[in-house]
Write a protein of this length. Structure first.
Length: 170
């Protein structure tokens, strides 16, 4: 695999309004697809799945186009996935001084679709051995403080209700 590249991340807190002025806005089709998938999962009696990702990578997924999440295991899960910002900042990324004061830690911050798992990809974010291909990131209007877990985990019914409410889904 070679050595890991350090990617420079500048604080995005001040720029979020210009990048994403209305977190509830977005293509109507994204809302429709998300709503359809949530209803389908509800009918199966399954809980929403969540993935904890350290900052700044969680924000990179939501706001900056990070399209791959690297993991050492290939899960079967595909579809809507809750994005949880871990309690710590990754040591793999350069973050400027004061970054921790401008980023959400230890909270559910949005949702993203996991559409595939690959062993090779052209994305600059792919580092393997498995890369989860991500699409349709949607930030929550207000982060939900929540203790994350390692691996793929279930969100509580109360948190799921709040996520659906913030995304304006029934």
């Amino acid at each position: 695999m070679g050595t890991k590249k350090k990617i420079v991340i500048k604080p995005v807190q001040e720029e979020l309004e210009t990048i994403y002025p209305d977190a509830s806005a977005g293509a109507d089709w994204i809302k429709a697809v998300t709503k359809k998938r949530l209803k389908k999962e509800d009918k199966k009696g399954e809980f929403m799945k969540a993935l904890t990702i350290k900052q700044p990578w969680a924000n990179e997924i939501l706001y900056c186009g990070k399209d791959i999440e690297n993991r050492s295991i290939n899960w079967k899960h595909r579809g809507l996935t809750v994005l949880h910002a871990g309690a710590k900042i990754s040591s793999d990324a350069y973050t400027p001084g004061g970054y921790k004061d401008h980023v959400v830690l230890g909270a559910i911050i949005g949702v993203v679709e996991i559409i595939d798992c690959v062993e090779e990809h052209d994305s600059p974010h792919f580092d393997g051995p498995f890369g989860y291909v991500l699409a349709n990131p949607r930030p929550l209007l207000k982060p939900i403080p929540y203790a994350g877990q390692v691996g793929l985990w279930n969100v509580s019914p109360e948190a799921e209700k709040e996520i659906k409410k913030q995304l304006k889904l029934k």
